[in-house]
Design a protein around this ligand. Structure first.
Ligand code: SF4
Length: 329
C-alpha cells in the first residue's frame, strides 16, 4: 500500500514553539479523570503572592505566553466559591479575568485553558485572552477513563469557541489504550469543527504519560506508522492547521520532526500538567531541529494564521503586531 504520508510531504518551514510559563489558577476539580495527575481536592486558588512570584519568574525567564489553567468548573466546589467571595470575586471567571489582566499588564500574552465552558462564558472572558484551548482528547466516550466527562460536551465547547471566534488549540490524547480507528475518528471530528468555524490554529497529538496521582496505566504507544497516518490524514483534512507534538511527552519526537510544525509551550519551569516529564532546554531543541534541517522559531500563543482582524480584537491585534515588528523584526 502506498505510504499515506507520501501524498502530503514533509513540512519545510520552521518548527515553532512558545516561551511559556504556566499559571495554575487552581488544581481543585470536581471530576475524577483516571489519567489525571493534576487535580486536587482542597488546594484552593492561586494567591496574590504566588501570582506576583510567577510574574517575576516569567520576566526572569523571558516568557511571552502566560498559560492559565485550572481544574474544570472549580466554582462548583463550595470551598472555592467561599474563597472567591472572601477575596472579592463574583465567580471563577472574574478571578480568571483578573489574573489574565495582571499578566497582560506585566507584558505577557495570556492563553487560557479551563476545560469545558459555555458559549456565554467564552464570550465573557475572550477579550482578556489572546487565545484559548481545550483538548478534545477523544471523540468517543470511555467512562472508565473519564467518568464525568462526555465527548459531546467538549465538542459543544469547541463549537462555541468557533462561534466566539477565538483562536483555538485542541487535540487528541494517544497512548491510553485507544485504537487507531478511534484516533482517526477524533481527528476527523476536529477537522469537521475546523471546516465549519476555521478557529483551530493547531492540534496536539499528545502522548499520555502517567504522573503521580494517575490511576490509568499507559496503553500501547502509537507506532511510527500510525503517527504518520494520523499526521497525513490531518494534513489532508485540515490543511494549514499546525500539528504539535509535545517533545517532553513523546520520546520519538526527533524521528517525527520532519512532519512536526510545533513543539508547543516550552518552559524552564516544570510542566504543571505532566511534572514527571521535564522539558529539555530550548538550545537542545534548536540543535535537534538544525540536525533535521529545520529552524526552531519562537511564536506567540496566536499563530500567524489567526493574527488578523477576523480573529483578534483591535487591542490584541495591535499588541501582537507591535511585538512581531519589535522583538522578531
Ligand atoms: S483532566 Fe481536567 S477535568 Fe479531568 S480530573 Fe483532571 S483537571 Fe479535572
Amino acid at each position: 500500500m502506498k505510504d499515506v504520508y507520501e501524498d502530503f510531504g514533509a513540512t519545510v518551514g520552521p518548527v515553532t514553539y512558545s516561551r511559556s510559563l504556566t499559571f495554575v489558577l487552581t488544581h481543585d476539580c470536581p471530576w475524577h479523570c483516571a489519567y489525571c495527575g493534576f487535580r486536587a481536592d482542597r488546594r484552593g486558588l492561586l494567591t496574590g503572592d504566588e501570582l506576583e512570584r510567577l510574574l517575576r519568574d516569567a520576566a526572569g525567564g523571558g516568557a511571552r505566553e502566560a498559560l492559565l489553567i485550572s481544574g474544570e468548573r472549580p466554582d462548583s466546589l463550595p470551598h472555592i466559591r467561599e474563597e472567591l467571595v472572601r477575596r472579592g470575586f463574583a465567580d471563577f471567571w472574574d478571578f480568571a479575568i483578573s489574573v489574565a489582566d495582571r499578566c497582560t499588564a506585566a507584558g505577557l500574552f495570556p492563553h487560557g485553558n479551563f476545560g469545558r465552558m459555555s458559549e456565554a462564558e467564552l464570550f465573557r472572558i475572550r477579550p482578556h485572552f489572546l487565545s484559548m484551548g481545550m483538548m478534545l482528547e477523544s471523540a468517543r466516550d470511555e467512562p472508565r477513563l473519564a467518568p464525568e466527562k462526555r465527548a459531546a460536551g467538549r465538542i459543544a465547547c469547541l463549537e462555541a469557541a468557533g462561534r466566539a471566534r477565538i483562536p483555538f488549540t485542541s487535540g487528541i490524547l494517544v497512548g491510553w489504550g485507544e485504537s487507531q480507528a478511534s484516533r482517526l475518528d477524533s481527528l476527523a471530528a476536529l477537522a469537521d469543527l475546523h471546516s465549519r468555524y476555521g478557529h483551530l490554529q493547531e492540534i496536539l497529538i499528545q502522548r499520555y504519560v502517567p504522573n503521580a496521582g494517575s490511576r490509568w496505566p499507559a496503553g500501547p504507544e502509537p507506532t511510527l506508522g500510525e503517527y504518520r497516518e494520523m499526521m497525513g490524514r490531518w494534513r489532508q483534512w485540515a490543511p494549514g492547521v499546525a500539528i504539535q507534538i509535545p517533545p517532553n511527552l513523546e520520546p520519538r519526537w526527533r524521528v517525527l520532526l520532519p512532519w512536526i510544525d510545533d513543539l508547543g509551550g516550552i518552559s524552564w519551569a516544570r510542566d504543571e500538567v505532566n511534572p514527571a516529564s521535564p522539558w529539555e532546554t530550548v538550545e537542545s531543541y534548536a540543535d535537534a531541529c538544525r540536525q533535521a534541517g529545520r529552524e526552531l522559531a519562537e511564536r506567540l500563543p496566536v499563530y500567524d494564521s489567526h493574527r488578523n482582524a477576523t480573529w483578534l480584537s483591535g487591542d490584541w491585534l495591535r499588541r501582537a503586531e507591535e511585538f512581531h515588528a519589535g522583538a522578531w523584526a
